[in-house]
Ligand binder design. Structure first.
Ligand SMILES: Cc1cc2nc3c(=O)[nH]c(=O)nc-3n(C[C@H](O)[C@H](O)[C@H](O)COP(=O)(O)OP(=O)(O)OC[C@H]3O[C@@H](n4cnc5c(N)ncnc54)[C@H](O)[C@@H]3O)c2cc1C
Ligand code: SF4
Length: 308
């Protein structure tokens, strides 16, 4: 059963930040709820929910000139049908369209996707299951079960938007009671599977910004079924007009793995660097060795598509 200490539905950003700052106990922002509600159901955690779904200012898309701003509450479905965004960033539209199911995509938001919890087959289980097998680092234990006892958590970043947006040069804006800050999207992620993002209590992600530059991108995703399934490997590769290449991996590390190079670099060396950067362990329905082999296949295919 979900226990929620208190439920609040602010109408403005300032009100939401004020509610969070004034609340002494644990609180969570609630956007579409598609990631958080099942997680709360599993853990039974007692938190105050601050439902940001009524804040109209977070639902906007502003396109060009210079850059494009996507509000945190824009849904994944809207990303796939927005006339300017889907035409200008087809890889982003493809990434959004690949996520979950049509019904989930109409509820799930861009902000919630970037901040959805990392996953692991030893963690995404009921409390009863976790107790039976022995708790791991991510749920109160002191070792990682998937890695055979290491003192680090390798739960996977599963956001499909994150690799794609990073390859497209995205930045994000976070608001807190003390003010706002904007950072490259990749800096949102810590690399620690127990606490995968840098968000402090009260931080609210308000918008994603994409530069309006000449950059082509390719998105690929490996999973067991072509729908409803979370990623086992996501790759996003981009190249801009100056020949700068950005490779980003998801689903094989607690954070997005980012490798940068240029068209003058040896392609095999760039691919190998990405492959080596992925700290994947046996914590997915697909085996570690298969996922690692597919990194090389997907990256080679994507580079070939962008730079035939
Ligand atoms: C069946 C199923 C399949 C899925 N498959 C995929 C998949 O293939 N690929 C993929 O990428 N995702 C997948 N997902 C995850 C899905 O993308 C996320 O559930 C969704 O994007 C989360 O968005 P939300 O608005 O529902 O977030 P919520 O569930 O409301 O929130 C998620 C987290 O983000 C925090 N949060 C949300 N918005 C903000 C904000 N603006 N500022 C600060 N904190 C915030 C919440 O506090 C919570 O911790 C799947 C989900 C389901 C249910
Ligand atoms: S990677 Fe290890 S510590 Fe992290 S959730 Fe899985 S078993 Fe737990």
């Amino acid at each position: 059963m979900i226990q929620t200490g208190t439920y609040r539905r602010p109408r403005t950003l300032d009100e939401a930040l004020g509610v969070a700052a004034a609340h002494p106990g644990p609180h969570r922002y609630l956007a579409g709820g598609t990631d958080m509600m099942p997680a709360l159901q599993q853990s039974g955690e007692d938190v105050m929910l601050i439902d940001i779904g009524g804040i109209a200012a977070l639902k906007h898309v502003r396109t060009g000139p210079g850059d494009h701003t996507i509000g945190a509450l824009v849904t994944l479905h809207e990303l796939t049908v927005h006339p300017v965004l889907s035409a200008r960033f087809p890889a982003l539209a493809a990434a959004a369209a690949s996520i979950a199911t049509p019904v989930v995509r109409r509820t799930a938001t861009v902000g919630g996707n970037l901040l959805c919890e990392n996953r692991c087959i030893f963690f995404n289980q009921s409390e009863w299951w976790r107790d039976a097998i022995g708790r791991c680092l991510k749920c109160g234990g002191d070792i990682c079960i998937a890695s055979g006892g290491k003192k680090a958590c390798f739960s996977e970043l599963v956001s499909d938007l994150a690799p794609c947006l990073i390859a497209l040069g995205a930045t994000v804006t976070l608001h807190a009671a003390g003010g706002a800050r904007t950072m490259p999207l990749e800096q949102l992620y810590t690399g620690d599977g127990v606490k995968p993002t840098v968000l402090a209590p009260g931080d609210l992600l308000t918008a994603v910004h994409l530069p309006d530059e000449d950059r082509r991108a390719v998105f690929r995703k490996l999973r067991q079924r072509a729908t409803m399934e979370f990623t086992s490997l996501t790759t996003a590769v981009s190249v801009d007009a100056q020949g700068a290449i950005t490779i980003v991996l998801g689903g094989v590390d607690p954070r997005p793995v980012v490798v940068r190079g240029t068209t003058a670099d040896d392609r095999a060396a760039l691919v190998k660097k990405a492959w080596k950067g992925a700290r994947s362990v046996e914590n997915d329905m697909l085996s570690r060795s298969y996922r690692r082999d597919m990194i090389i296949t997907y990256l080679n295919e994507s580079l070939q598509q962008l730079l035939p």
